[in-house]
Write a protein that binds this ligand. Structure first.
Ligand SMILES: NC(=O)c1ccc[n+]([C@@H]2O[C@H](COP(=O)([O-])OP(=O)(O)OC[C@H]3O[C@@H](n4cnc5c(N)ncnc54)[C@H](O)[C@@H]3O)[C@@H](O)[C@H]2O)c1
Length: 365
């Protein structure tokens, strides 16, 4: 399928998002810097925003998930952009600064990379921003905010659907497509039992895996036990697992020392927001070979394991991400958030706010 054909197919199924765009109104002169995944599915909104006269500066929340054709397409529609797949950390940081130097009026983010720089700097162009990840909301809670920031990550319709149902399902779908293996007879260790970890656990079972959970928060560990999973300390579980999944949003959860304890031939997969949840960068004594697309063998003598997408968010890097119907709900919430900040945010004080129900409820039916 070529890019335009895929775009047309996607847009047919993004009906809620199209409904928000249809009610967006004139966005002429409204400058929005975006730091999000740059998947083709985002275009249903970004294209609409540009067609309504809005101005966009496009950078990314994660260089591993950028689709270069998406950036090129947005530039062809008049967006400014500084993002490409697997750009270096230095180039990525530069792109964030470029986005802020562009003097945006609004920020739309997954992970607060722009906000973390902006709120601690001297800039004052931004009127309001949107944040769509738990990691970003946490990061912004520790800084003094200069303007209203609207959290749409914690809406039930986003978290309860995308985090809980889509990540696990699509990560295992990509696992089977990429490895040509199923989960039968495999012990699957899920690290972190938030909504993402919960979805990974239930989907792994549905696909035949035997699920173990390592969760550091006692209440969530208890929830995992009541859900019927075998709960273990990470230290004990890591050497028993055939597939280890990180779903925490915390750097270094699967440390260098833990990686050396993996069973020979185990897989490690990250679905959390931070690529460094798995400390692959510290495995300097291991030889790294990409054996199949998105499957990297780490080997030192007889010990070897496979790192899926080399630790990047596997469902997005190696898979298609959310189904169109589910993504349409998430994108419609984000689009409704943008409509809210460009039309009404001046009524809100600086600080963190939940995106109000009045902003998104009309678009969920
Ligand atoms: N791959 C995707 O498409 C996708 C989609 C949505 C969210 N995410 C990301 O997935 C991550 C998890 O999301 P969530 O909504 O479940 O978050 P969450 O914060 O609710 O859950 C994370 C869990 O990890 C646990 N944890 C943290 N450190 C741990 C450790 N060392 N050992 C064991 N447990 C530990 C926490 O106690 C918490 O229960 C976040 O980074 C989020 O941004 C990814």
């Amino acid at each position: 399928m070529d890019f335009i054909q895929e775009l047309a197919w996607n847009n047919r199924h993004m009906v809620r998002t199209a409904n928000v765009v249809a009610q967006l109104g004139d966005c002429t002169g409204k400058k929005m810097a975006v730091s999000t995944h740059l998947d083709i599915k985002m275009l249903a909104f970004y294209e609409g925003y540009l067609r309504q006269g809005g101005e966009l500066f496009v950078t990314t929340c994660n260089p591993t998930t950028v689709r270069d054709e998406v950036v090129e397409y947005l530039v062809s529609l008049g967006a400014e952009a500084n993002a490409h797949k697997n750009m270096s950390d230095k180039a990525w940081q530069q792109s964030l600064h470029d986005a802020l130097d562009w003097q945006p009026h609004y920020l739309c983010e997954f992970g607060a990379q722009l906000g973390s720089i902006y709120h601690q700097g001297a800039g004052n162009s931004v009127i309001a921003s949107l944040e769509g990840t738990g990691s970003g909301v946490s990061a912004l809670k520790s800084v003094k905010l200069k303007h209203p920031v609207f959290n749409w990550d914690d809406l039930d319709a986003k978290e309860g659907l995308h985090n809980r149902h889509m990540v696990g399902l699509t990560a295992w779908q990509a696992f089977m497509e990429r490895t040509h293996l199923s989960l039968h007879e495999k012990k699957v260790l899920i690290i972190g039992y938030g909504l993402v970890g919960q979805g990974c656990a239930f989907s792994a079972k549905a696909f035949g895996g035997q699920v173990m959970v390592a969760e550091r928060a006692p209440s969530r560990a208890l929830q995992a036990a009541y859900d019927g999973w075998h709960c273990e300390s990470l230290n004990d579980a890591v050497s028993q697992a055939d597939v280890v999944v990180t779903a925490t949003g915390v750097s270094g959860v699967l440390s260098e020392q833990m990686l050396t304890k993996l069973k020979a031939g185990a897989f490690v997969m990250n679905v959390g927001h931070v690529s460094h949840e798995i400390r692959l960068d510290a495995m300097t004594d291991y030889q790294v070979t990409e054996l199949m697309p998105e499957i990297f063998e780490y080997r030192q003598g007889e010990h070897f394991f496979y790192a899926l997408s080399n630790g990047a968010m596997f469902n997005l890097t190696a898979g298609y991400g959310d189904s169109l119907n589910a993504f349409d709900v998430s994108l419609a919430l984000m689009a409704a958030g943008v409509k809210h900040i460009v039309e009404q945010s001046e009524a809100f004080p600086a600080g963190m706010h939940m995106l109000p129900e009045t902003a998104w409820k009309p678009f969920l039916a």
